[in-house]
Write a protein that binds this ligand. Structure first.
Ligand SMILES: NC(=O)c1ccc[n+]([C@@H]2O[C@H](COP(=O)([O-])OP(=O)(O)OC[C@H]3O[C@@H](n4cnc5c(N)ncnc54)[C@H](OP(=O)(O)O)[C@@H]3O)[C@@H](O)[C@H]2O)c1
Length: 233
């Protein structure tokens, strides 16, 4: 058990080679949490993370690959994201079906907590971003499935809905959190999205929460746990 956090599980990071996923891995390692990554390309993952993590290779289209990867993991954090209109990197395949498959395999294997990077405006079917193959609606369907499966006894979830994603170090911005998908604009660093999902592993108030988050001001932060105190029960 890590003295700082009290968390003693191993975490599977899915979408680990993506821009947010890499930050999830970095922040988990910062807190001394053992990490397994799930990647389509072993060489890419080895190049990024070296010996610091376990690597499971596979596609999010394969239930068998996922089942093998989640074995021995206590939590899953997904930073998966689509990048093409059709095919294996499409919103339907990745943001909806991929996440749903991951949720089901994680639950069946006994994973206790599931953290998901979703998106601001995910409930707004009429949002212009949805012109990209219905990406927001696909993410919404995956969110609904996660809430249904992981809100039961002995399981929990945390869903972060970020505004526009930016690169940069974590803990440099005061954040604004909200619920009910009422925000229309704003940005946040991927590293802070990662940090919010990592601390959610051991912050009780982060359990079974879905919330939007954007930067409020440039202001160094000691930690991000406090933002979970601001969410309604
Ligand atoms: N961009 C924004 O402003 C914004 C705003 C709000 C929310 N979001 C959401 O935030 C999330 C993270 O964004 P990001 O920019 O960090 O994403 P990213 O860099 O594009 O990373 C996406 C990850 O998903 C993986 N992936 C895609 N298809 C896969 C498949 N079929 N099997 C296995 N892995 C697959 C990619 O793997 P490879 O490395 O192998 O390609 C990569 O690791 C996404 O869900 C995105 O939609 C983005």
């Amino acid at each position: 058990m890590d003295a700082k956090t009290g968390y003693k599980g191993k975490v599977l990071v899915v979408g680990a080679t993506g821009k947010t996923g890499q930050w999830v891995v970095k922040r988990l390692l910062h807190y001394g949490v053992p990490v397994k990554v799930f990647s389509r390309e072993r060489e890419k993952a080895v190049g990024m993370f070296g010996e610091s993590v376990e690597i499971a290779t596979g596609k999010i289209q394969s239930a068998a690959d996922i089942r093998e990867a989640v074995k021995g993991c206590d939590a899953v954090i997904s930073a998966l994201g689509s990048s093409s209109v059709t095919g294996e990197s499409s919103p339907a395949d990745v943001d909806r079906d991929g996440v749903i498959r991951l949720v089901d395999e994680a639950a069946n294997t006994g994973v206790k907590h599931f953290g998901l990077v979703s998106s601001m405006a995910v409930t707004k079917w009429y949002h212009p971003l949805n012109l990209f193959a219905g990406v927001l609606s696909k993410k919404w369907e995956a969110e609904e499935h996660l809430r249904a499966v992981f809100s039961g006894e002995n399981r929990s979830y945390t869903i972060v809905r970020p505004g526009g994603l930016k690169d940069g170090e974590p803990l440099l911005h005061k954040l604004h959190v909200d619920t009910g998908d009422r925000l229309w604009s704003g940005f946040i660093n991927r590293s802070d999205v990662a940090e919010l999902l990592v601390v959610a592993l051991w912050v009780e108030k982060a359990k079974n929460k879905t919330f939007e988050v954007i930067n409020e001001a440039d202001e160094e932060q000691q930690g991000l746990e406090q933002y979970y105190d601001r969410l309604p029960e």
